[in-house]
Design a protein. Sequence first.
Length: 363
Amino acid sequence: MPSPAEPFVFPRTGMESKNRAVLAAMTNKQSNDDGTLSEDEVNWLLMRAQGGFGIVTTAATHVTPGGKSWKGEMGVWGDHHIPGLTKLADGIRGHGAISLAQIFHGGMSAPESLTGQQPISASQNPLSDGMEGESREVTNDEIEDLISSFGDAAVRCAEAGFDGVELHGAHGYLICQFLGEATNRRDDEWGGDISSRSRFLLRIIEQVRSRAPEGFLVGVRISPEHRRVGVRLEDSLDLAEILADAGIDFLHISCWDCSWRSSEFPEDPRTLTEWFSDRVGDSVPIISAGAIWSTSDAQGVIGHGADMIAVARAAIGHHDWASNMADPEYDPQRPPFSASHLISQGLSETFVDYMRSWKGFVE
């Protein structure tokens, strides 16, 4: 069984990560109002690259102005974003890490108060997250435009020097809304069973692949189970096979806690990582994320079939987390953290304020 400190080579492209530690995409609310990267956000990410992560992933970045889900969110919908993206990609490369931009659209989680537009979704759905009203069902022409927007975003990332993109199909955002049977009740080519509900995602993958350079990484992050939008484990496993057949470079499963079993099949002793490893472990590299803190945690998830492990909270508290993966005894401090400690780890006051909304994270 490989160590999390060992290199990983992506089979399709031959691109090598110096270790198996991935900085997961994290909301940090540090971008400028026009979606351009701030110095604070660049510094936060470069500190993690310097701290030894093999792969550094940006926060979710919206592909159209109408896809913005929160204040301080980075964008990739215009060419004015390219200079900041270039500075970031150059810096990550300078520290020997692979750079990924996580591209997405918020769908019905993109509030009208931010975008000036009624939120959209696969179908007309009641809004959540404190918003009132309903989303509007997108038309076929709008779906085609959205697919093109994902392609445009990937091209901008490639022009800026990024090594690849992660398509955000998790956590209830637009791609996830198309995948879920509760939020996608369409009776056309974009709805139905999982093979049809995944058509939007597959067309995005095709669009990105056809327009990005050869060797550009294209991966997908999914939620194995997501009750609110109607994502079920069996559909997610079928989706994993569909995506493996489509030739994606990695599948990133967002488990929240990698020790968790399926909520749908609680009698099954397998963790979610094991479910996916059993189904597609020989077909596509798997990244697994959720409550990984120690080297022992990371090694355990790899033992369950993950090829790489992604961390968020541990990396917020410890910018050099990845550089400690060769130490089998490494078990870093866990929350709560003092505000001064977090600032010493490269967080701005804005980011620290956001982390105060995570119960028990900041003292």
